[in-house]
Design a protein around this ligand. Structure first.
Ligand code: PMP
Length: 454
């Protein structure tokens, strides 16, 4: 059993990310103690299927011994080597080479970070440096999407379009701009892919004009599927259309694959399904399956060579103490072995089952939309399917939905406006996927009886 003192110590000393601090003090912490495969256990001994893989990151699942062994071996041999002063370590070099091999197109150059936020931050710095090197420093305006999430660093939070990340923090900055999300379920032009694509292109063009033309705009950022915004899937062809438009306008196109890479949607990189090669890709999460922290920026030949030539003999002044950390890199290599050794394939099969299972819930009176790709999915609830009325916010039904799922033995992500998100580990079994669907149906039935929802 969880001792009260642990709850009390947490309340007094541990600040939780993206939480109401007062709300958390009142609710207290739920402590997780162990995990195996797709199952986690809490301090009371309760077992739950982790339908969200931690924070869409434990792609390989819990208890992967080969990953643990790789970390221990590297810690014993050499726990740390800096990348500064021309130094390096074998796992970091081998991981970079293997990732470059798998990456789309000519994204051959890898810059390792500690996670997703500093990967995004790094791209902001590289984009700026790139345009300086090209003699166009006035190209300094950045455009992202509403409902987009690009991290919690100072630059990333401003590129992010989630109000709680802005209010009181003094972001976004005046160089950070948004255009509407393609959001098919709630798009004023309807759900027709051609209409959505035409609209997004017109919106980006209009934004570029408003900012003074392409000579002022540095980069456009997009996620292949908008994760933290509610698992919003753009229509097929949308990424390619935006990529082509950016190329036409000479604006760099940065794809944020922090959630979508490493098998989450099927392949190692979601944008390979969109048939595009961006100028840079950001990744983290599944790179190490979250056993240890690590992120990576993938850079095209054009960006790399321009920055390298621009700097000449001067240092490109961007780096972290833990860039290319050898233990993280060793874990990354072990996790890649798992992906290549059948995990991606299992994830693909389980992804089809997950999507089909969630689609079978469409007959439920509360389910307005089912969307996703592979092992990344969401259902959007509504109290009126024709009008697409969101669940009543005042009743905070999302918290109740999370609690109901927890009681049913399932961890999900409950978004505030009645979207339930799924990102289970790729190692799930068929029985576990079926249990996710069955438990979700129970949660929906209980939610339907909630007086605030009816
Ligand atoms: N970009 C995207 C698309 C993300 O989903 C996230 C995290 N959820 C980040 C960036 C930030 O990553 P981190 O939390 O590792 O800093």
């Amino acid at each position: 059993m969880l001792s009260n003192s642990l709850v009390e110590l947490d309340r007094r000393h541990l600040i939780h990310p993206v939480a109401s601090w007062r709300g958390h003090e009142a609710a207290g912490v739920r402590v997780l103690t162990s995990g195996q495969g797709a199952t986690v256990r809490d301090a009371s001994g309760k077992e739950l299927i982790d339908g969200f893989a931690g924070l869409w990151c434990v792609n390989a699942g819990y208890g992967q011994e080969s990953v643990v062994e790789a970390a221990m071996k590297q810690m014993r041999e050499l726990p740390y080597a800096t990348g500064y002063f021309g130094l390096g370590s074998e796992p970091a070099i081998r991981l970079a080479a293997r990732l470059a091999d798998h990456a789309p197109g000519d994204l051959n150059h890898i810059y390792f970070t500690l996670g997703g936020s500093d990967a995004v931050d790094s791209t902001v710095r590289f984009v700026r440096y790139f345009w300086h090197a090209r003699g166009l420093p006035q190209k300094d305006q950045f455009v992202t999407l509403e409902y987009g999430y690009h991290g919690s660093s100072t630059a990333g939070a401003g590129l992010t379009a989630i109000p709680a990340f802005h209010a009181g923090f003094g972001v976004p900055y005046d160089w950070q701009h948004k255009i509407p999300s393609p959001y098919p379920y709630r798009n004023p032009v309807g759900e027709n892919p051609a209409d959505i694509i035409a609209q997004s292109k017109a919106q980006l063009l209009a934004k570029v004009e408003e900012l003074g033309g392409p000579e002022r705009v540095a980069a456009f950022y997009a996620e292949p599927i908008q994760g933290s915004g509610g698992v919003i899937v753009p229509p097929k062809g949308w990424m390619k259309a935006m990529r082509d438009l950016c190329a036409e306008l000479d604006i760099l196109f940065v794809v944020d694959e922090v959630i979508t890479a490493f098998g989450r949607t099927g392949p190692l990189f979601a944008c390979s399904e969109d048939d595009i090669v961006p100028d840079m890709i950001t990744t983290a999460k599944g790179l190490t399956s979250a056993y240890v922290p690590m992120g990576a920026v993938f850079m095209s030949e054009k960006v790399y060579q321009t920055i390298a030539d621009g700097a000449g003999k001067a240092a490109v002044g961007h780096g972290y103490t833990y860039s290319a950390h050898p233990v993280s890199a060793a874990v990354g290599l072990a996790v890649l072995d798992l992906y290549e050794g059948g995990l991606l394939e299992n994830g693909r099969r389980m992804g089809e089952r997950l999507q089909a299972g969630l689609h079978s819930l469409k007959d439920h009176p509360l389910v307005g939309d089912v969307r996703g790709r592979g092992m990344l999915a969401a259902i959007e609830l509504t109290t009126d399917k024709a009008k697409k009325t969101p669940l009543p916010a005042a009743s905070v039904p999302s918290t109740r939905i999370f609690d109901r799922a927890w009681d049913a033995g399932l961890v999900i992500r409950a978004f505030a406006w009645g979207v339930i998100g799924y990102a289970p580990p790729l190692c799930c079994t068929e029985a576990e996927i079926d249990a996710i669907i069955e438990r979700t149906r129970n949660v929906l039935d209980l939610t339907l009886e909630d007086p605030d929802v009816r």
